[in-house]
Design a protein around this ligand. Sequence first.
Ligand SMILES: C[S@@+](CC[C@H](N)C(=O)[O-])C[C@H]1O[C@@H](n2cnc3c(N)ncnc32)[C@H](O)[C@@H]1O
Length: 196
Amino acid sequence: GPVVAPRPGARVLDACCAPGGKTAHLLELFDVDLHAIDSDAARLARVEDTLTRLGLSATLAQGDATERDWWDGTPFDAILLDAPCSGSGVIRRHPDIKRLRRPSDIAQLALLQRALLDNLWPLLKPGGTLLYATCSVLPEENRDQIRDFLARTPDASEQMPDGIAWGQVSGAGRQLLPKVDSHDGFFYARLVKAGR
Ligand SMILES: C[S@@+](CC[C@H](N)C(=O)[O-])C[C@H]1O[C@@H](n2cnc3c(N)ncnc32)[C@H](O)[C@@H]1O
């Protein structure tokens, strides 16, 4: 919440929203016009259930965030990209990840994350904020992904508000490693678009 911190009424996109934990959290923290998409219809139905149960509302749509056919053409003040990833930061809660993932998955996931970043960035207003996040501890999905994005995107820069202290600096983002009796592995980078 404090890392995105959208102003009241802001038009916000939650680009990979299901099952909706962060969608609900954003709506509980901020009075925003939230648009939430996910490519998986069954998982999106869980977002709808969660919002209904909590008495919250957002505009939900099934959509592929590497495409734009779901977009109405109006740019966003803020985008949350909680990207599909290896889940390497949450293995203790989902030990099957260790058995199911193949080394080749990481390069494929990195390509998908790259496509998501490149497709969503133009949908952001000048001065807008994109928060990239994964529950991974692998540099290919995190530090290196954001380093490469910044290198090919001249109007993007990393900007973290003062007082945000979670995780250790990892390139242009922050990496949290799993801790006993505490949080999972997680990465986030706050990217701001030039030109306002
Ligand atoms: C890490 S999960 C999101 C978790 C969610 N933000 C939350 O806090 O509950 C990643 C999501 O991305 C979705 N996804 C994968 N590829 C996608 C794509 N191309 N476009 C949109 N959503 C996608 C998956 O279906 C999955 O629900």
